[in-house]
Design a protein around this ligand. Structure first.
Ligand code: UT7
Length: 335
């Protein structure tokens, strides 16, 4: 039987219009542009500040652009996965809302919660479902409205995050392109260092939880930083080695955009020059599940058919891993 691969055939993205600059942030908390640029590397981030709009709004905009660019027939989409930690509602899924808004009638859709690794987990899941032969065309979205859980009086976390969404179309192909290999891990050791204290089944929302600011993202940054550098570097090196990938034949590393110092350290440990590393953290900050596809969105024009690319990320859980893909089209030819 012919081997089926799952290949990315298009990208769409969306970031909200409102730009929150370091200048504005330094009027909200005790910080400076210089501290944020040196310690994190974010110059500005986008914020979805219109009332009543959530993650599905951005996901919908990204997926709409994707569908226009690829000219895909909506009736042929049979799978939708939305990687998000900030769904519109605890239930139903953001993916179900997306199906309605996009007019998708033949899709099986669900949310996937993998924190900052969500897009990689969703890509691997959708790819496996396509390779199984049961699904043919999937929309995989990474989308997060991080501003919905950031405490804008906490200077240690508020400069980091932003809002955004991006989507890819993943299709079955008999050609030798697409998602080739992955190593994904979840160790659960990260709970104390990165979580939201309330709003789940252990500690449902109450006046107490609201009064005590327990619905915000809590992070012990230094610990997360150390785990992120070592795990992302080690797992990417392992994936590269077992696929015969070297600094010569890797076209792009697409790292999670959490901190410029993490990106630099990972590139350095892998001995990959920065010209081969996708970076847009300065413009959008950490958009969690959206960082990796937003990089594809920004760099699409530079991607060439046959390029070896490696995604790598680290996030709450801890979740971490790397995905190797062979790019399937010349981005420069896309409108
Ligand atoms: O995407 C999910 C995974 N998350 C990550 O990968 C995030 C990993 N962690 C990080 O990126 C960094 O740890 C942070 C950006 C969160 C923090 O940077 P850091 O270099 O680890 O700073 P720190 O927390 O060790 O704080 C150093 C100092 C402290 O002052 P003292 O105690 O040395 O006097 C902080 O109070 O910097 C201070 N500080 C600030 N100063 C100015 C913390 N935030 C700020 C700020 N402006 N915004």
């Amino acid at each position: 039987m012919e081997k089926i691969n799952a290949v990315i055939t298009g990208v769409g993205g969306y970031v909200p219009e409102y730009v929150l600059t370091n200048e504005e942030l330094s009027r909200m908390v005790d910080t400076t542009d210089e501290w944020i640029m040196t310690r994190i590397g974010v110059k500005e981030r986008r914020i979805l500040n219109e009332e009543g709009l959530g993650t599905s709004y951005m996901a919908r905009k990204a997926a709409k652009q994707l569908m226009q660019r690829t000219n895909v027939n909506p009736d042929e989409i049979d799978l939708v996965i939305v990687a998000t930690t900030t769904p519109d509602y605890p239930f139903p899924s953001t993916a179900s809302i997306l199906c309605d808004k996009l007019g998708l009638k033949n899709a099986f859709a669900f949310d996937l919660k993998g924190a900052c690794c969500g897009f990689m987990y969703a890509l691997e899941t959708a790819s496996s479902m396509i390779v199984s032969g049961r699904h043919k065309k999937a929309i995989v979205v990474g989308a997060d409205k991080m501003s919905s859980m950031v405490d804008y009086s906490d200077r240690a976390t508020c400069p980091i995050f932003g809002d955004g969404a991006a989507a890819v179309l993943l299709e079955a192909t008999a050609e030798d392109y697409g998602v080739m290999d992955s190593i994904l891990r979840t160790d659960g050791k990260g709970l104390p260092f990165l979580h939201m204290k309330a709003g789940g089944s252990v500690c449902p929302a109450s006046y107490f939880t609201v009064d005590n600011k327990m619905h915000y993202l809590y992070q012990e940054g230094r610990t997360v930083f150390k785990y992120a550098v070592s795990n992302m570097s080690a797992i990417t090196a392992q994936l590269a080695e077992r696929n015969g990938l070297t600094k010569e034949n890797i076209a792009w590393i697409i790292p999670h955009q959490a901190n410029m110092r993490i990106i630099d350290a990972v590139a350095q440990r892998l001995e990959i020059p920065m010209e081969k590393v996708m970076v847009n953290i300065h413009r959008y900050g950490n958009t969690s599940g959206a960082t990796l596809p937003l990089c594809l969105w920004d760099y699409e024009k530079q991607l060439k058919k046959g390029d070896n690319i490696i995604f790598t990320a680290f996030g709450a859980g801890f979740t971490y891993g790397a995905v190797y893909a062979k790019w399937g089209y010349d981005g420069a030819e896309r409108k």
